[in-house]
Design a protein around this ligand. Structure first.
Ligand code: F6P
Length: 548
């Protein structure tokens, strides 16, 4: 693709931004009664209001022209039909096949992948049902009560998020997620568990990830310290991976391995056997509903016109703020306590996918790509970081998400939650003028200098953009659609920016250096010299490190 910033669409957007920058959202609403109807849409279980964005009809026309100039429709087709869209690894990114629901084939190099997908889904169903029902017994003959998923990144964040969002603790099993190589994570988790009733799911696409394998070995030592006989490992350790050989080398029976494939990216893998802890927690029927919700979003993304396509619109709005308003971060604010891990998962999806500084063919990018994704559940954030959203100097576009109905109704709680959820985007959009503040302070009995002194502090500029996503209830289908929405939004942006959304070479250098430093911490000589800071720190640590 030619340089994005030299396209006609880009130039037109730049010019348009100058025209739109002085306009206030409050005025755009005042002069356009149809704004909400025009700038909102339903896709499956999700309703999106994007009218509180700094856009006009012309902005959308220009953004859609940019999408077409970037060949977005063609790229969407390439994604779904299994082209090797991950060029640096020569891989397809067919996570959509994992949630493909009808009986049509999904071809990869001419071979239908669906029989394999269904075979593993069946295996997951049989296994999760036998563990949940108590039929699967541990080495003492007792049923399993606790499942520990050991994995990191995509082999942890997605499943952990879904399990906490869908109230797993209502099921017969308690789920635990261990990811950090900090021994505290595993030790504190195991402290409460009985090895005879614990099942470990070792989840790693490559089965070579240092943290996961070390945690898995320590978990096996802990287990064997009580179980004694290594043959008992078979009833208590299962693996999820694309690498059978590594699984066998670790000592897990391949009959207890759940396979997935190199065309599933780590951060897009919760729909595969990496979702096994989800099935164990909420049952395979609800895991199926999760897939169905994601599939509905896939169908919407693949077949809706760009102008009525939710991931496309959200992706383009992100481009609008990142590239034309200089926004560097994006807040995701779910008003649902169960979604407290949602942001961490989406953070990996977005930041590993978009954190790239070269185009698909290796040229330096000519514009900003990606943004820092952050946030957390409302209303907690309102009492912590919302001050920056309302009166800080950076422009921070935000997504507000909420269920209309609570899954855990309690008195007035949900109405209070919803009133806050509705109030925040309104406040961000509308702001408060000096005139409004003056009237308010006068009513409160303040006069003269006191009013003037407080005035600048009490004003809100407003004009701060947000999207609002509503859904009836946070059930499995809805959550599936929401996650797929953010996956596709991320893909849309990668197409516009002409970057590969499916590799992550940026994580490698740190891993390489850590390997060398580990041997140096154990007293081996340095393979290559370090800078003065790293050598100084290494020395400082070595002198104080208690001997193992
Ligand atoms: O280091 C980054 C990463 O490769 C992620 O992309 C991935 O999700 C995670 O590590 C875990 O990898 P694996 O599943 O192979 O252990």
């Amino acid at each position: 693709m030619s340089d994005l910033t030299r396209t006609t669409a880009w130039a037109a957007l730049q010019q348009h931004q100058h025209a739109i920058a002085p306009l206030h959202l409050r005025d755009l609403f005042a002069r356009d009664p149809g704004r909400f109807e025009r700038f909102s849409l339903q896709a499956g279980p999700l309703f999106l209001d994007y009218s509180k964005n700094r856009i006009t009809d012309e902005t959308l026309t220009l953004l859609l022209a940019l999408a077409r100039e970037s060949q977005l429709p063609e790229w969407i087709e390439r994604l779904f039909r299994g082209d090797r869209v991950n060029g640096t690894e020569r891989r397809a990114a067919l996570h959509t096949a994992l949630r493909h629901r009808d009986h049509s084939p999904v071809l990869l190099d001419g071979t239908d992948v669906m029989p394999d997908v269904r075979r593993v889904l069946d295996q997951m169903r049989r296994f999760s049902e036998s563990v949940r029902s108590g039929e699967w017994r541990g080495y003492t003959g007792q049923p399993i009560t606790d499942v520990v998923n050991i994995g990191i990144g995509g082999s942890d964040l997605g499943p952990a998020m879904v399990v906490s969002a869908l109230d797993a603790d209502c099921g017969p099993l308690r789920l635990h997620f261990v990811s950090n190589v900090d021994g505290a994570d595993l030790s504190l988790t195991l402290r409460r568990l009985n090895p005879a009733q614990t099942l470990f799911v070792i989840a790693s696409k490559t089965f070579t990830t240092q943290e996961t394998l070390l945690n898995a070995r320590s978990a096996r030592d802990w287990f064997l310290a009580q179980a004694g006989n290594p043959s008992h490992v078979a009833r208590h350790f299962v693996a999820v991976s694309t690498h059978r050989d590594e699984v066998v080398r670790f000592g897990i029976d391949p009959a207890h391995m759940f396979e997935f494939w190199d065309w599933v990216g780590g951060r897009y893998s919760l729909w595969s056997a990496i979702g096994l802890p989800i099935a164990l927690a909420i049952g395979m029927d609800r895991f199926d509903a999760l897939l169905t919700g994601a599939n509905e979003m896939d169908e919407h993304f693949r077949h809706s016109p760009l102008a009525r396509n939710m991931p496309v619109l959200l992706g383009l709005l992100g481009v609008w703020y990142t590239n034309f308003f200089g926004a560097q971060t994006h807040a995701i604010l779910p008003y649902d306590q169960g979604m407290h891990r949602f942001v961490s998962h989406i953070q990996q999806v977005v930041m590993e996918s978009s954190g790239k500084n070269v185009t698909r063919d290796g040229r330096p990018v000519s514009c900003a790509t990606g943004s820092v994704v952050w946030g957390g559940p409302g209303t907690n954030g309102q009492h912590a970081y919302f001050q920056l959203l309302h009166q800080g100097t950076p422009l921070i576009p935000a997504d507000f998400l909420a269920p209309i109905e609570s899954r855990t109704p309690l008195g007035e709680h949900h109405r209070v939650l919803l009133s806050n959820f509705l109030a925040q985007p309104e406040a961000l959009m509308r702001g408060k003028t000096a005139q409004e503040v003056r009237v308010e302070l006068e009513r409160a009995g303040l006069k003269g200098d006191d009013i003037e002194r407080l005035l600048p502090h009490r004003c809100f500029s407003g004009n701060r953009p947000s999207n609002t996503l509503l859904f009836q209830k946070l059930d499995a289908r809805t959550l599936g659609a929401l996650i797929a929405l953010y996956e596709h939004k991320t893909f849309v942006q990668s197409v516009v920016w002409d970057i590969n959304a499916f590799d992550q070479w940026g994580v490698e250098l740190g891993k390489q250096l850590a390997r060398d430093l580990l041997s140096e911490l154990s007293g081996m000589p340095a393979r290559a010299p370090h800078d003065a800071s790293t050598s100084g720190l290494l020395d400082h640590v070595r002198k104080r490190l208690p001997s193992a």
